[in-house]
Design a protein around this ligand. Sequence first.
Ligand code: NAD
Length: 356
Amino acid sequence: MNLFEAVGRLGHEQVVFFHHRESGLRCVIAIHNTALGPALGGLRMWPYANEADAVRDVLKHSADMTHKAALAGLNLGGAKGVLIGNPETDKSEALFRALGRFIQSLGGRYITTEDVGTNAEDMELIRQETRHVVGVPQLVGGSGDPSRFTALGTLHGIRACMEFKLGHADLRRTSFAVQGAGQVGYHLAKSLRAAGAKVFITDINEERIEHAVAEFGAEAVPMSHIYDVEADVFSPCALSAVINEDTVPRLRCRIVAGGANNQLESEELGTELDRRGILYAPDYAINAGGLMNSAIELEGYNEDRALRSVARIHDIISRILTLAARNNIPTWQAARRLAEERITALSRIKLPYGGR
Ligand code: NAD
């Protein structure tokens, strides 16, 4: 892969490779943009088939984080880290502490947090070497597991979508097809049921479905049928790229709104949903609750502040939907426009002579 061509195209500021032979550390951190503040992004641990895949992943996801933080109204830039290795077998105290030292050497330009393959305990190890980490357990003063807040933010965003598309936000009159009963899907489906919604749910893990059925009365659906369910809202909470050429013609919903990252296989499919009259809630806008929660840790964690911050997702989604409708553009384009407008406006607020 031509690294400088990719970095130039996506507009990254800095890409750092960390290597530490003794602990087996192989890590790439991509800092995409720090116009709004230090760049925050999760640390993914994955047994990548080759290094080029790892670099491609980190470059793409770090650029997405810039838009996510900007839309969420945070004073943060976008970044991502990938740790090459198997999270089941390759973790050690030395690995995360070596990484913590490297992160410290970036002087706060990069702030790490958990992601696929890493957890709050890993962040606690990193925290022993650097302050530039969030998502450490609540027990030690951190914000803990972000998934409850991701689910809550998604629910706020869903309400905004319902008001816009269905003309009401009454969950008792609304049905949902939830894909994934993991951390985000479980919390979301449970809240939807508690508010009186009808919930169909699926997961590759039978036990998780059984749990959702027994605990809060969701209706189980076979994995392959989730796209065909006649429900008002399809809520992807499991995998990436589930909105693709095979699934779009099958959708029977009026709204796609869920917590999963990178739901669209390509942006054109977001345009295609729009053409079919299906409202798509841009994933990085609606699932920013976990990020908002973790960001509060930087100023001293307080759950009430986190809840207040996450509730803003309702208005963020409403603004996106209004802009899209007014300009007759798909919602994914409206979300990007709003994010870029904020970055540009705040990049220009340099104080006059004498200021800093
Ligand atoms: P998770 O691993 O806890 O849950 C994912 C669930 O999806 C698991 O239960 C898994 O068995 C299930 N699954 C896997 N393949 C499936 C398939 N083919 N069909 C149906 N279910 C399948 O992960 P999570 O933390 O709940 O994250 C879910 C999604 O939300 C991911 O895309 C993640 O990137 C995104 N996300 C999560 C957070 C967060 O705070 N956890 C924040 C932002 C975005």
